[in-house]
Design a binder for this molecule. Structure first.
Ligand code: MN
Length: 189
């Protein structure tokens, strides 16, 4: 935990990404960022323990109950990252465009620390696109640096999202090719 890994990976003279950030005083926040890096993906971040716990979700979150999406745990990010959008310059870590895809607040489980340690995190999101319950389930041991998790949509009483995520993804891929033009090694997922 902590931001050492985050800071080590980046050159803050070159990247516009933030260094710090304070915990929100009210409910903890979440953000989903769409990231046109060498691989187009979504970054899913939950405010916890003074940082943003972060996962890279190649296909993005699903709003279909039972759908499982691979979520690769990545380094903790500073709270201010939730506001970050812009371009990470070529040659820098995560080079490409970052946009805020959704944000809001989240409701952690009662025993949040246990939930993270056990790799079983049931929670609720209150965003613009994402509303309702999800589960993050770790699939391997916690020892590896980058654990794999599954982001799974749970049953809830929310109306089904009107956001056509599949259309969005298709559109994103087209946009991605445009956005990453000039970036070497760009591959479509
Ligand atoms: Mn990313």
């Amino acid at each position: 935990m902590g931001l050492q890994e985050y800071r080590k990976k980046r050159n803050f003279k070159k990247t516009p990404e933030p260094l710090t950030g304070r915990s929100s005083k009210k409910a903890p926040i979440f953000v989903v960022q769409e990231h046109w890096a060498s691989h187009h993906h979504f970054d899913f971040r939950l405010e916890a323990f003074g940082t943003l716990k972060s996962w890279a979700v190649p296909k993005g979150p699903s709003t279909e109950v039972g759908d499982k999406r691979l979520a690769v745990e990545v380094e903790d990010h500073p709270i201010d990252y939730a506001k970050f959008k812009g371009k990470i310059p070529e040659g820098e870590y995560g080079a490409g465009t970052v946009e805020i895809w959704d944000k809001g607040v989240w409701t952690p489980p009662a025993k949040m620390r246990d939930a993270f340690e056990n790799g079983h995190l049931e929670f609720e999101l209150k965003g613009k696109k994402l509303k309702g319950k999800w589960l993050l389930q770790r699939t391997g041991s916690a020892n590896g640096k980058k654990s794999n998790w599954l982001l799974i949509k749970r049953h809830d009483r929310e109306k089904k999202s009107k956001v056509d995520l599949i259309f969005h993804h298709t559109k994103s891929k087209k946009k991605a090719r445009k956005k990453t033009l000039g970036l070497k090694n760009y591959r479509r997922n």
